[in-house]
Write a protein that binds this ligand. Structure first.
Ligand SMILES: O=C(O)Cc1cc(O)ccc1O
Ligand SMILES: [Fe+2]
Length: 443
């Protein structure tokens, strides 16, 4: 299946899947074409400044009030929300996990979601949660929307077809999809896909946007035209369906007798999109030293405090390493921001082994980390000719808030017990002598 998309980031789009379904010149005609209902979906307050004002007009078979019935609270003990102030679930330390195994039997996207960390406060609309899905079935008559946040989906294995209210998105490894807060959708496996796994960042705060480029100028990094928004598509289905909702950390379900994906036409700037990570144009060190990873920011979710992101979504794409007289991999460091990393394919240059595709590493607030011993030795002694890092794609969900590990993640068999040993060989190499300065200070 080859789907149609509209290019651009945050554009004011318009699309119709039946000719004339979209009203022209006004939003609310007395009667809409084809007997459709008009409905506004607001992603920002009505009065938000133009730059951040987001809403779309949807023309649908039934208004959404008909997609909700009596709600019933349901338990979803594996999809958790912040605040979970349980810093005692796992003792402090750098953490790493092997990939999450696939479940036995048939499990869809929603049922397979497993929360790894939570940060901030879902009701205060700050922070985020990280999750992993490992699915073996489609959502067929199950539909979902997350009132608590925007979902950034990062497939690691197997393509997905996501049927949203505003159209269909196909997304596979090396691509991402972003589904706005409140958007109804269902996730199916892509054509020929048996099972699929990936990472999800649930953004409780302000929406992801493109980072400023500053002196880099008007081009490179993630270019707006590479973001793709689906054209309108609808499901005309009059059979029993379940609508699942996540609201303030609690899950609800309601039964209806038709599909809620019934939007025939829409216009506006509040819409889902996909992005191919291979179209990211990295800018890096062409002289010496290792710049901060913020040069690889694809999307940033601002927190209201300048330069202090609620979340940065950062990738480590294939690129040339050419820095002279420099230690080229990431440096050792400690960070006020908390770093959740995943690997989509290949190898990450700070870790020679142990960080595998589908795996996770977590370097929380102020937890020291950096290259493992082997990577350090290699990078300190290697001949510094230009080297192409290929077949690699790691990423980071970095947040200003500490990330609390869930009990589920803490008890996973895939939690590595000896991760810290990767730094074990970093022995003292100091060869200073008192004559050279010594502990009393410089001369
Ligand atoms: O910790 C990590 O591996 C991520 C990272 C990469 C980098 O190039 C510099 C800093 C940083 O946190
Ligand atoms: Fe780091």
């Amino acid at each position: 299946m080859s789907l149609a998309y509209m290019p651009g980031f945050g554009n004011d789009f318009e699309t119709e899947s039946l000719p004339g379904a979209l009203p022209q010149g006004q939003n609310s005609p007395q009667r809409c074409a084809y007997g459709l209902y008009a409905e506004q979906l607001s992603g920002s307050p009505f009065t938000a400044p133009r730059g951040t004002n987001e809403r779309s007009w949807l023309y649908r078979i039934r208004p959404t009030v008909r997609h909700t019935n009596d709600f019933r609270i349901v338990e979803r003990p594996h999809w958790l929300s912040a605040p979970r102030n349980e810093p005692d679930i796992l003792s402090l330390g750098q953490r790493r996990w092997d990939p999450l195994p696939y479940p036995e039997g048939k499990v869809n996207f929603l049922d397979s979601m497993r929360t790894i960390t939570t940060a901030g406060d879902v009701v205060g609309q700050v922070g985020m949660a990280t999750h992993v899905y490992a699915l073996t079935a489609d959502m067929e008559d199950d539909y979902f929307f997350d009132a608590d946040g925007e979902l950034l989906i990062v497939p690691q294995e197997g393509a997905l077809t996501i049927f949203t209210e505003m159209g269909l998105i196909e997304v596979g490894p090396l691509e991402i999809a972003v589904l706005p807060r409140g958007m109804m959708f269902k996730v199916m496996r892509g054509e020929g896909v048996e099972r699929a796994r990936g990472y999800v960042c649930e953004n409780y705060g302000a929406k992801f946007t493109l980072p400023e480029r500053g002196p880099i100028g008007a081009n490179c990094l993630a270019n707006p035209r590479d973001f793709k928004t689906p054209v309108a598509a609808y499901e005309d289905k009059e059979t029993d369906c379940l609508v699942h909702i996540k609201w303030c950390g609690v899950f609800h379900v309601t039964a209806i007798d038709h599909s809620p994906l019934d939007v025939v036409a829409w216009h506006g700037n509040y819409a889902p999109y996909k992005y191919d990570l291979r179209t990211y144009s990295p800018v890096g060190a062409i002289g010496f030293d290792h710049p901060d990873p913020s040069i690889f920011t694809v999307l940033t979710a601002p927190s209201g405090e300048a330069g202090t992101a609620n979340i940065d979504f950062v990738i480590f794409p294939p690129r040339w390493m050419v820095a002279e007289h420099s230690f080229r991999p990431p440096w050792y460091h400690r960070n006020i921001m908390s770093e959740f990393m995943g690997l989509i394919q290949g190898q990450y240059d700070a870790k020679e082994e142990g960080f595998v595709p589908g795996g996770i590493s977590l370097h929380n607030m102020m937890m020291p980390h950096g290259p493992d011993h082997d990577a350090f030795e290699k990078a300190s002694t290697v001949d510094l000719k230009p080297v192409k890092l290929s077949d690699t794609m790691a990423f980071m969900f970095e947040t200003r808030f500490p990330q609390m590990v869930t009990r589920y993640a803490a008890e996973l068999d895939t939690l590595q017990t000896s991760y810290v040993n990767c730094w074990e060989g970093l022995e003292r190499k100091f060869d200073g002598t008192p004559e050279a300065g010594g502990w009393l200070g410089g001369k």
